[in-house]
Design a protein around this ligand. Structure first.
Ligand code: GLC
Length: 483
């Protein structure tokens, strides 16, 4: 093995990765429309032969960087066609505005069509809340990369964005600015105690609101635009304030009173001291580091660290500059726990013993330190890289890429790794998992040219974008619009 390793140059690893990406492309009526989740012929495909919306984002960003915009455009157009546009009378059918979790090409009598899965076929019938949010974020990346606003300004796309905003901003039972969702509604698509207001979806919600705000034409959408403008500052402040944990905040929470009623309450969510692993956190939290909690709700503060939510909060500018620095300091200080031998842990720490049994429902795939329950997912590497670049700590990304580079090709690009340090190839891990490969290549591209960060960040977008969208007349689509 040692010898094989020595022979592998950076170039040959990248070349093999690209070869695998090419193989993963799905064609529909002769046009590229997406990538399969995994191209692993050694195991039953289940739904891994489908194109997952969340998985495709990594490949799509890579294609945009390489100027291969056609596949991304086709993907956006085809998935938009799958979005239900009418109100649904049958409660078992996907609601208006949703974007599917995945789709596949089906042939019938020589005719090809796309079959979508909105969770109605998925294991445990989980709802893909993140799909519609990622779809808007990706449309925005496409617009930034191609400088071509005309796609987003097309009436079908305006309707698509509007319908997504309508489900997200609809009147609901709860009165938080965050989004109330069922368990397993995002990358972690199994029961893992992330129902309610999980960080990952709140951050994607924030990014999607920002993206929608920049792309929606005001004329005819004034109500939605107003709703976004009202929601954004509240959502942002709520996350920054109530999800934040560092040693100072922990001290404050530790001394919280409970059972406070009325306007003067300090412990707004009535968090009980005994529900929080104070002594572990006291030991684990570095002096300078901090992070956004996994979930906040009534008498609930989930203190697990979730990587996607924290990294995307840094990238999308949801975290303040100071918080972003603290999150990256925490990753640096707790590198062995959060990155270890494979970047990086999906969450930390694992749920163990009775807690694991109760919260996951005894899920054998999510045993402690495996899969979603604190397994290591190489796809997160591009987000780690983007966040490291944004906070001026690119050396963290270089270190992570180096670690991954030494193993990924040899291990045949696994979906995830198990173990406290991420040394074991995941027990039920697929090989040739597309977002593992794309995440690695994307991290490398971001390091080669840091300006690609503009595809996913929101703080530096030309301010004229918003005003332009507002001035834009819905009937006068100018296909030559550029930034
Ligand atoms: C697993 C992951 C999910 C991913 C899917 C396809 O179900 O949990 O996030 O989208 O596999 O790769």
């Amino acid at each position: 093995m040692q010898k094989v390793n020595e022979l592998l140059t950076e170039e040959s690893i990248e070349a093999s990765a690209w070869e695998a990406i090419e193989k993963s492309i799905i064609y529909y009526k002769g046009r590229p429309v997406g990538t399969v989740a995994a191209y692993d012929v050694s195991v039953e495909a289940l739904n891994y032969d489908q194109c997952f919306v969340r998985d495709f984002v990594s490949s799509a960003l890579l294609f945009l960087i390489k100027g291969r915009t056609e596949i991304v455009r086709n993907f956006l157009e085809e998935t938009l066609k799958l979005q239900p546009k009418e109100r649904q009378l049958d409660a078992y059918k996907p609601g208006r505005g949703l974007i599917p979790a995945s789709f596949k090409v089906v042939s019938d009598n020589g005719e090809e069509y796309l079959e979508a899965d909105f969770g109605e076929h998925a294991i445990a019938r989980v709802t893909p809340v993140d799909s519609c949010l990622w779809w808007i974020i990706l449309l925005h990346s496409y617009v930034v990369a191609t400088k071509d606003f005309s796609l987003a300004y097309q009436p079908e796309f305006q309707t698509g964005i509007r319908l997504i905003m309508e489900i997200c901003l609809a009147n609901r039972f709860d009165m938080y600015p965050t989004l109330l969702v069922p368990d397993g509604a995002c990358m972690i698509d199994r029961r893992l105690g992330i129902y309610g207001h999980p960080l990952e979806l709140q951050v994607l919600f924030y990014a999607a609101l920002r993206a929608a705000r920049e792309m929606l034409i005001c004329q005819g959408n004034q109500d939605v635009v107003e709703a976004i403008d009202n929601r954004l500052p509240l959502l942002c402040a709520h996350i920054r304030q109530h999800y934040w944990i560092d040693i100072n905040r922990l001290n404050a929470i530790y001394r919280f009173k409970s059972e406070e009623y009325g306007k003067t309450a300090v412990n707004l969510f009535n968090i009980y001291v005994d529900s929080i692993p104070y002594y572990e956190l006291d030991k684990w939290l570095p002096k300078k580091g901090g992070y956004l909690a996994g979930n906040v709700g009534p008498s609930q503060l989930d203190t697990r660290f979730f990587a996607l939510g924290n990294l995307m909060a840094v990238i999308s500018d949801l975290a303040t500059e100071e918080q972003a620095q603290s999150i990256m300091s925490l990753i640096e200080e707790r590198w062995e726990d959060l990155v270890g031998d494979m970047p990086m842990k999906i969450c930390y720490p694992a749920l163990e013993d009775e807690e694991y049994r109760i919260v996951t429902g005894c899920d054998p795939k999510n045993i402690p330190w495996s899969y979603h329950n604190a397994g290591s997912w190489p796809v997160l590497m591009w987000m780690l890289t983007a966040a490291a670049i944004k906070t001026n700590k690119p050396y963290l990304a270089s270190k992570a890429i180096e670690i991954a580079q030494a193993r990924l090709l040899e291990d045949e690009w696994p979906e995830y790794y198990d173990g406290k340090k991420g040394r074991l190839i995941g027990k039920q891990s697929r090989k040739y998992q597309t977002w593992t490969i794309a995440g690695f290549l994307l991290a490398k591209e971001l390091m080669k040219d840091q300006s690609y960060l503009s595809l996913v960040r929101f703080d530096q977008l030309p301010s004229e974008l918003v005003s332009r969208a507002c001035e834009f007349e819905i009937n006068s689509v100018d296909t030559s619009i550029s930034i």
